[in-house]
Design a protein around this ligand. Structure first.
Ligand code: ADP
Ligand code: MG
Length: 710
């Protein structure tokens, strides 16, 4: 394994390298004239418009800083609706001067605005190719950074991406809109509770990222991994994850070396990668950063995914971010930890030691219950992608049903509220007796964890656990911020008009707790009973992405997003079109990959093995020996190969049919109803063949090779 950085025992201090490639607040303070810095800060903190004169000065300083860092190019770094980031590099060059020299130039105009030829990014019909104008605009609330890779050092400027006509063509624009709406409505609410000092309320997010690492050489031998990011065939190895010996297990040297480099690079980019451990499945790991404001967290989440992939490649590994790389072992998700924090450091989701006393907390908590109950469908939709269809409800991730876990302490407070209208006590954490005198006594939390809940209250934040590993965290946070803003706005409307504020708060908490208690579930979310119970409660259960998409453009959703200026009806319509298209296209790529693998390598390998078997049978019979075992295998392989061939034909026929369906929603449904079934039917006999055919003849690395030989 020549790629491992053997003996890389360099030590460095995190403090020395942290944020070294970021045009951070400190750098701005150092390099900008005081008055310019002050104005820029006001733009960042208070959303004040940024003037062209200021932009010019900032651009100059940013360029000088980046050039000192070795940057030759800059790019507007944006997040179109492909779910990943996009960039177009421009060198810091001006036209050649008379003396033949070049100047390094970068103007305020170039900082603020750029116009990438946008015609090839998905827009869901908002913008046809002949009106291809799209603009990227500097988001000064997320710091610029210098990224180093094979292309050299590049100044990356986080930007939003909009159409000529003003519609958002990206994830950042609506995310920023939702942050503003939430800030506005949350401030209204806390003012009513007497908070006059906080100037802002920001959603804070920490997104835990799961991923798999496989050996790159083996990866390159599997077309399914190359084209789709997950395996479309593959029999289970003798050992899976049943021993649970991987979870939190000691990390192997090769993986350690990988994590070390990932951390180092992320720290330089100002991403506070904090926790790393092995996950449940063999070959699976997790990385968690310290939480940040939602917008920066979303950018950092993209940087984390990019860095994992790039570092892996450099070290002879491949990082798989797909939600279900291997059937039969756990897939990968992303946990979106979300809280609401004021600029002066108050976490509005912190219940304090006696939550029953904390009226503001109870008001906010019940607002969130209301928000989640009213818009469970939207939250579910925000976590929908093709890969996640394999995980949700498959006993390894929460079901596709949204519910809220409150835990014992809050549930108890809520029950008191519902039954008597007032809560008079809070269950307290107890001392945990370890039974060993030399170990310290620990204070237990008042509430245990529940890992099966899709939306769990975990102390002072909510953890939304439905997201797929590969997806951007923007969509779920747009929904979370907006539905919370709506609940706060409705509540503030009612409280502002109340004659007796305290009475009105009390009534409203009770009302919300009563009306929305159906969304609370503290039991085992993986159980069959819960699916039935949720059905009785009338909670939505969309097992597939294609069933979830309509929530995005329902009348309720249009009203919600319009009210807070997050999305227009046209933007929502276009986003659902894009999602249907994404579904159909991805399934289509998967079917073509399966067809390619089955017809060009797997079935021919089976024939080769059949010929060897036939020769063996003949040889045994010629020698007068018993050929029954060889004959038995021959018959079985032959029959499974025929079954595969038949299934392959069906898949080919149906995927042709899919392509002929013009309407994208119909096509997506056809893909889900027919193609995924056909794919299963082809996979089954082939996975059984893999267990029988000589390993020498099998045309690709097995699950065992991929999962256990990293
Ligand atoms: P786990 O869920 O794996 O047990 P933790 O509860 O320690 O781990 O936190 C996981 C993630 O939650 C981290 O990314 C962390 O930054 C984030 N987090 C912790 N507190 C908050 C908070 N108040 N708001 C948002 N995210 C938070
Ligand atoms: Mg977690």
């Amino acid at each position: 394994m020549g790629h491992v950085l053997e003996g890389d025992r360099r030590s460095f201090s995190i403090a020395d390298i942290f944020g070294e490639d970021v045009f951070s607040d400190r750098v701005m303070q150092e390099r900008l004239p005081k008055s310019v810095y002050k104005e820029l800060r006001q733009t960042i903190d208070e959303g004040k418009e940024l003037g062209p004169v200021i932009a010019e000065v900032v651009a100059e300083a940013m360029k000088d800083w980046a050039v000192e860092k070795g940057a030759t190019h800059y790019t507007h770094w944006f997040q179109p609706l492909t779910g990943i980031t996009a960039e177009k590099h421009d060198a810091f060059l001006s036209p050649v001067q008379k003396d033949g020299k070049v100047l390094m130039e970068f103007s305020g105009k170039e900082l603020i605005k750029s116009e990438p030829d946008a015609s090839s990014f998905p827009s869901g019909g908002i913008r046809s190719t002949f009106e291809a104008r799209g603009y990227t605009a500097w988001d000064c609330t997320s710091p610029a950074f210098v990224r180093r890779d094979a292309a050299g050092a590049i100044l990356c400027i986080p930007t939003a991406f909009c159409a000529y006509t003003g519609e958002a063509l990206d994830m950042k624009t609506p995310l920023l809109r939702s942050v503003e709406a939430l800030n506005r409505e949350a401030l209204r609410l806390i003012r009513l509770f007497g908070n006059k000092h906080s100037k802002r309320v920001m959603p804070y997010v920490g997104a835990e990222q799961e991923y798999f690492l496989v050996d790159r050489e083996k990866f390159l031998k599997r077309k399914d991994l190359i084209y789709t990011g997950h395996t479309l065939f593959g029999a289970m190895p003798p050992k899976g994850q049943e021993l649970d010996d991987q979870y939190f297990g000691a990390i192997r040297e090769r993986v350690e070396s990988f994590m070390r480099t990932v951390n180092e690079e992320l720290w330089k980019l100002g991403v506070s990668a904090k926790t790393q451990h092995n996950e449940a499945a063999p070959g699976q790991h997790e990385l968690a950063p310290i939480y940040k404001d939602c917008n920066v967290a979303a950018d950092h989440d993209q940087l984390i995914m990019e860095t994992l992939k790039k570092v892996a490649e450099r070290q002879g590994l491949t990082c798989l971010l797909h939600e279900k790389p291997f059937a039969g072992v756990n897939g990968s998700g992303k946990h979106n930890n979300w809280s609401l924090v004021t600029d002066d450091g108050i976490n509005l989701l912190d219940p304090g030691l006696t939550p029953h006393d904390n009226v503001q907390f109870l008001m906010i908590l019940t607002c969130i219950l209301r928000a989640v109950d009213l818009h469970a469908d939207l939250l579910r939709e925000s976590a929908a992608n093709v890969g996640n269809d394999h995980r949700l409800g498959a006993n390894e991730a929460p079901p596709a049903i949204i519910s809220v876990f409150l835990g014992e302490q809050l549930q108890d407070v809520l029950s008191q509220l519902i039954s008597t209208g007032i809560a008079t006590s809070s269950k307290q954490g107890e001392l945990l007796d370890t039974g060993v005198s030399t170990l310290p006594d620990l204070m237990k939390d008042a509430t245990d964890r529940n890992r099966t809940s899709p939306f769990a209250f975990t102390g002072n934040k909510f953890e939304f656990r439905m997201l797929g590993a590969s997806s951007s965290i923007a969509a779920p946070n747009i929904v979370l911020n907006t539905i919370a803003a709506e609940a706060f706005a409705d509540t503030a409307d009612r409280l502002e008009g109340a004659e007796d504020f305290e009475m009105a708060v009390h009534d409203l908490i009770k009302e919300y707790a009563n009306e929305h208690q159906r969304i609370v579930f503290n039991g085992n979310g993986y159980s069959e009973e819960w699916v039935k119970e949720a059905g009785r409660r009338g909670l939505p259960n969309f097992s597939s992405m294609v069933d979830a998409i309509p929530s995005l453009s329902s009348e309720k959703s249009v009203q919600l997003f319009k009210r807070f200026n997050i999305f227009s009806a046209a933007e929502l319509q276009s986003r659902s079109e894009i999602k249907y298209e994404e579904y159909a296209k991805e399934i289509n790529i998967e079917t073509r990959t399966m067809v390619d693998m089955a017809s060009k390598s797997i079935i021919p390998s089976c024939f080769k093995y059949l010929r060897e078997l036939a020769e063996t049978v003949n040889a045994l019979e010629a020698a007068g020996a018993d050929a029954s075992a060889a004959r038995e295998i021959l018959t079985e392989v032959n029959s499974l190969t025929s079954e595969s061939q038949k299934a392959l034909k069906q898949l080919m026929k149906d995927s042709e049919e899919a392509l002929s369906i013009k309407e994208v929603k119909k096509r997506a449904h056809y893909c889900r109803d027919r193609l995924t079934v056909d794919m299963e039917n082809l996979r089954n006999p082939i996975d059984r063949l893999e267990m029988i055919v000589d390993k020498e003849d099998w045309p690709m690395p097995s699950y065992g090779d991929l999962l256990f030989e990293v």
